[in-house]
Design a binder for this molecule. Structure first.
Ligand SMILES: Cc1ncc(COP(=O)(O)O)c(C=O)c1O
Length: 391
């Protein structure tokens, strides 16, 4: 049975970073791009209709968020996470990365220590270092492809200068959805030492088992009142180019400080089309997302089965969330730079090099499997042929 996600959409020469930046990123256009985190699918039809309707209006002046925008978000968070979020808990920011940077600016000072759990999404590093804060790594523990937090190491690394932890929840690139127990233990340690938590939940809609994601702001107030959570429809509905995200906190004063800082830097507004897209997606996107998750899970299963059968030197663990697979290529025995070169020049697939997520990622590659199954099949065939040639 074919689904809407099987359709090949030609994104070449549409100014899509994933496709049209291949030459700059990989040095060649002759590869299948399976890297940056957007999907090769169109977004839900209701989103397209809403954006087209606004585009046809033809007046693109400064927008505001109408009540329907907040109602859509509240309805979504209730249906998907059983979370009750008053409008007063919500603030706006064009992107989650700008949001993280604003939180670093608002709640820490230059020289303060900020903890990240590695390997992790590269802008976590730059958001800390570019702003003159001191980066502290609390590496995750990997055992047979499954990652857990090292909370003993975390507590050891906290001192009087440690002011913030940036959490990736669910975690990119390793695909974990942190359990309520893990989150609670993490939150207890941070609360005890007065460490502020920024919870990046941009991938939280993309969990494969409904009900497994615990939004940080739903933890008891004692544990969540010094946290700021970021969400967005951008990964979920493939609207990253519309630059519209949300910050959520149950602490009114903290949210005010964040919003004021964002306003000081002029990054508190949303994009006109982003408001329309978010309202439509959060109002009507459930069924589309449920279908998408089935398709994505099957793509992941396809890769895992293919690797087990044909390329046992490369392994992938089924992510609990995200459309990002973390390929363990250590069995190929290639040195760091050779592995990236091998993927580009031999397999002709464009992946994210594991080393870009931190030294713990050396020997790994990240594959974005949010594309039609036929593209995944082609990518796996290319990889197998390249590995066979290695001898
Ligand atoms: C964990 C994480 N945070 C943030 C982003 C990007 O957020 P934005 O485009 O809203 O800045 C990504 C994109 O891949 C991501 O994986």
């Amino acid at each position: 049975m074919t689904t809407r996600f099987d359709e090949i959409i030609d994104r070449r020469e549409t100014n899509a970073v994933k496709w049209d930046s291949r030459k700059e990123v990989f040095g060649t256009e002759d590869l299948l791009p399976l890297w940056v985190a957007d999907m090769d699918f169109t977004c839900p039809p209701e989103v397209i209709d809403a954006v087209v309707k606004k585009a046809k209006h033809g007046v693109y002046g400064y927008p505001k968020q109408p009540p329907a925008f907040y109602q859509a978000i509240q309805g979504w968070l209730k249906r998907r996470f059983n979370a009750d979020v008053p409008k007063e808990w919500i603030s706006t920011i064009p992107g989650v990365v700008p949001g993280i940077r604003m939180a670093v600016e608002a709640f820490t000072k230059p020289g303060d220590k900020i903890i990240i759990q590695t390997p992790v999404y590269p802008p976590f590093y730059s958001s800390v270092e570019d702003l003159g804060r001191h980066l502290i790594k609390n590496p995750l523990i990997e055992e047979n492809g499954y990652y857990t937090m090292d909370l003993a190491d975390l507590e050891k690394k906290i001192d009087a200068r440690t002011k913030m932890l940036i959490l990736c929840h669910p975690h990119n690139p390793i695909g974990r959805v942190w359990s309520k127990e893990e989150l609670t233990r993490l939150a207890e340690i941070c609360a005890k030492h007065n460490v502020f938590i920024v919870s990046d939940e941009i991938h939280s809609d993309l969990v494969y088992e409904k009900g497994t994601h615990t939004p940080f702001y739903t933890l008891p107030e004692a544990l969540s009142q010094r946290t700021l959570t970021f969400i967005a429809g951008s990964k979920t509905f493939n609207t990253a180019g519309l630059f519209s995200s949300l910050a959520i906190s149950n602490n009114a004063e903290l949210l005010r400080t964040f919003t004021q800082t964002a306003a000081q830097f002029g990054v508190n507004h949303l994009n006109l089309f982003g408001i329309e897209a978010m309202t439509a997606a959060y109002s009507h996107g459930d069924e589309w997302l449920d279908e998408l998750l089935v398709y994505l899970r099957e793509n992941a299963e396809y890769i895992i089965n293919f690797l087990e059968t044909h390329i046992p030197q490369v392994k992938m663990w089924q992510p609990e969330a995200t459309y990002l697979g973390w390929l363990d290529c250590r069995g190929l025995g290639l040195p760091k730079d050779e592995l990236r070169k091998f993927m580009i020049e031999e397999a002709k697939i464009g992946l994210n090099d594991g080393a870009s997520f931190g030294e713990e990622g050396v020997g790994f590659q990240r594959i974005n499997f949010a594309c039609p199954r036929s593209v995944i099949e082609e990518a796996m065939t290319r990889l197998k042929q390249a590995v066979d040639r290695l001898g």
